[in-house]
Design a binder for this molecule. Structure first.
Ligand code: NAI
Length: 322
């Protein structure tokens, strides 16, 4: 508990973790169960690229066995997150076994990478279904229960491929970017009901990343230089915190990389403003100012907040609400 304070407990709580039969999800499940949480270990047990065939209940069963052997409480679920019926069944599993649902960690995922010209719309749709569809389906099923109890934690999994970009991850990055968009919106919709939504950008060695050959994704030579920080345990602490009642903030994206945890955010430069429409030449003349992130920028809390910030900069006062 380096630098920690009060121990964080999940006693009396039920937590769904999707894709928890291996890699990062397994680490989250073990850590939350160790802290008294009753865990639904969901995993379809499919291939890393998500191509159907060979699905196996062994993934989830093995992690449930590990949790039970350590004295914890867990049940397995094998539904796919990639449909609403699957999401409904996963949350129903928590309700049937534990009588409640307090937190959802949407972690299940698959990956396809390559040059943009080699990826297809089918690749994109498959990844959208599991990443953003799979976050949507479980959140949607848990939502009415969380709303009714005035409490919930939604932890989504985005990626630097989606938030920052990578030349070989067009389909995966688009799907992970969509997860970030869903988080921004559910954070706003959920907060009035005590449902706090945040997202993680993990970086860990798992079956998803272990087969990537050096040079295939540009980041590999960096991770090769500091492999000791890529144990899933590094991200497990973040997932545990965001899924717990100790986390009281929302709308955040957190990057765990190389042992460093920090918030990622979208800032908008103060830029150039004027009282007549900007033509292309004016934009060209002011391009450096428009792009100047050293000259001041704002981090809007939500889309309305960007209006407030700019109105203040422009000296405009909004009309009073009726
Ligand atoms: P992993 O492949 O070990 O884990 C993903 C799990 O999701 C697998 O056990 C798989 O069977 C399960 N799964 C796949 N499709 C499913 C579906 N439709 N329904 C239910 N379960 C399904 O990979 P890893 O690395 O543990 O990935 C976990 C999450 O973290 C993924 O969302 C991934 O995209 C994300 N991520 C991982 C990074 C890394 O460096 N490992 C970096 C950024 C994001």
């Amino acid at each position: 508990m380096e630098g920690g304070a009060m121990p964080i407990s999940f006693a009396g709580q039920a937590i769904v973790i999707t894709g928890a039969g291996g890699g990062l999800g397994r680490a989250y499940a073990l850590e939350i169960a160790r802290r008294g949480g009753k865990v639904v270990v969901n995993d379809l047990g499919g291939a890393t690229d998500g191509v159907p065939g060979g699905e196996s209940s062994a993934f989830a069963d093995k992690v449930v066995d590990e949790i039970r052997a350590a004295g914890g409480t867990a049940v397995a679920n094998y539904d796919s997150v990639a449909s609403q019926a699957g999401g409904d069944a996963i949350i129903a599993c928590a309700l049937e076994n534990f009588g409640r649902i307090d937190a959802v960690i949407a972690n299940a995922g698959t990956i396809r990478y390559g040059a943009f010209e080699d990826l297809t719309l089918d690749d994109l749709n498959a990844l959208l279904a599991v990443h953003v569809g799979g976050s949507w389906s479980v959140a949607h099923a848990a939502w009415p229960h969380m709303k009714a109890q005035g409490y919930g934690r939604l932890v989504f999994t985005t990626s630097s491929g989606g938030t920052l970009g990578n030349a070989s991850l067009a389909a995966y990055g688009a799907a992970k970017g969509a997860v970030m968009g869903l988080m921004h919106n559910l954070a706003e919709a959920g907060a009035p009901h005590g449902i706090l939504c945040n997202a993680m950008m993990p970086n860990a060695m798992s079956r998803m990343t272990i087969d990537i050959k050096p040079g295939e994704l540009g980041e590999n030579r960096w991770s090769a230089a500091m492999p000791q920080y890529f144990d899933p345990a590094y991200t497990a602490g973040l997932a545990t915190f965001l899924a717990s009642s100790a986390c009281t903030s929302h709308h955040g994206i957190y990057s765990m990389l190389g042992g460093r945890l920090g918030r990622a955010f979208i800032g908008i430069c103060d830029g150039h403003a004027q009282d007549t429409p900007m033509d292309a030449e004016t934009i060209a003349a002011n391009w450096a100012t428009i792009n100047d992130d050293q000259g001041g920028y704002a981090i809007p809390a939500n889309n309305t907040d960007e209006f407030r910030i700019v109105a203040e900069q422009r000296g405009v006062t909004p009309p009073a609400l009726a």
